[in-house]
Design a protein around this ligand. Sequence first.
Ligand code: SAM
Ligand code: DTB
Ligand code: SF4
Length: 349
Amino acid sequence: MNAPVDTLRHNWTRAEVKALFELPFNDLLFEAQCVHRRHFNPNEVQVSTLCSIKTGACPEDCAYCPQSARYDTGLEREKLMAVEKVLEEAKAAKESGATRFCMGAAWRSPKAKDMPYVLNMVKGVKEMGMETCMTLGMLSSDQAVELKDAGLDYYNHNLDTSPEYYQCIISTRTYQDRLDTLDSVREAGLKVCSGGIVGMGEKEDDRVGLLMQLANLKEHPESVPINMLVKVEGTPLAEEADLDPFEFIRTIAVARIMMPASHVRLSAGREEMNDQMQALAFFAGANSIFYGEKLLTTPNPESNKDMQLFQRLGIQPESYKVEESASEEVLVEQLKEAKMDKFFYNAAQ
Ligand code: SAM
Ligand code: DTB
Ligand code: SF4
C-alpha cells in the first residue's frame, strides 16, 4: 500500500515525481493545497528580508549570477558591510514587518578574517528578536559550529538544479561540495534552507532531479526557496527563454507535496510575476517570500505592493515565535509588534 501522501518521505523515485509533474494542473494544485492545509495555516506566509553584506567580485562562475567577477554586469563591487550598517538594515526590515533577516555574501566560502564580523552580525540581529539566516558559500564543519554558537538559525545553500544539469551552470565547485556543506550545516544543528533556480534552460527532468535531491536528504530542508531565474545582462543566461509560468507553479506544488512540513519560498523572480501568478503560487503551497525592495542586487516588489497583495488575498504574515531562551525584553517587543497587525487585513474577522 502507498504511504499517505503527507508523511515525511525520503525515498521518492523518479517515476513518482515525474507522475506528479504530469498530473492535470487542477489535480496537482488540489493535491498540493490539501497537503498544505494538513501542515500549515493556508492564509499565513513567512516574511524574510535579504541584505547583501558583501556584493560582487565573486570568484565563482555560476552562470546565472550577476555577482560573478567573470561577467560584466555593471555591478559595483563592495567590501564587507560594517556590522552597525547591517544592524541598521535589520532594524528597518523588522520595522517594516519582516521576521527573518537573511544576510548574503558573494563568496566562494568565508575567510577566517571575515568570521568575527559575520558572527557579530548574527549576534546583533538575533538580539533584536529576529530570526537569522546567512548564505556565505561553502562552509567547513567548524565554521558551521561557530555560526550556530553565535545564534544563527538558518543557513541557505542552494543545490540550484539537478546533478546532471549542474555541470552546464557551474564549473568552479561540484554538486558534492554543496551536499557536503549541507551536511556540515545539519551536523552543527542549524536549520537548512536549500532550494534551486528554475528557468535556466533545464528540462523538466532536471526540476524532478532537483526536488528528488532535496526531498531525499536525511532531513528535509526546513526552508525550500524556489527561485525563478532573474535574467541579468552580461551573465551567460541573460537571453534564456522564459519558462512556462504553469511549469513554475507545478514545481512549487510538487515541492509542497514532497516536503509537506517545509516552508516553500516563492523567491527570486516575483518582480516579473503579476498578482494572479503569485496568488497561484500561494495556492500551490508557497508560504514564504523575500520582502523588501531589493533581493541581493536585483529589484523585488515594493513592500507596500506586497502588503496590498496580502490584504487582497486575506494573507497574514507568519509571526516568529521566540524560543524559550529569549529574553523578556525581546518577548515584550514581540507583543508590541503583534499590535502592528493593524496593517494587515484579517480575513477571519
Ligand atoms: N555566494 C553564496 C552562494 O552562492 O552560496 C551565497 C549568495 S548566492 C547569490 C545565493 C543564491 O542566490 C544562489 O545559490 C542562487 O540560487 C541564487 N541566485 C543568484 N543569482 C540568481 C538569479 N539571477 N536568479 C535567481 N536566483 C539567483
Ligand atoms: C535564494 O534562494 N534566493 C536569494 C537568497 N537565497 C540568497 C537570492 C536571490 C538572488 C537574486 C539575484 C540578485 O538579486 O542578485
Ligand atoms: Fe558567487 Fe554565490 Fe554568485 Fe555563485 S551564486 S557567483 S558563489 S555569489
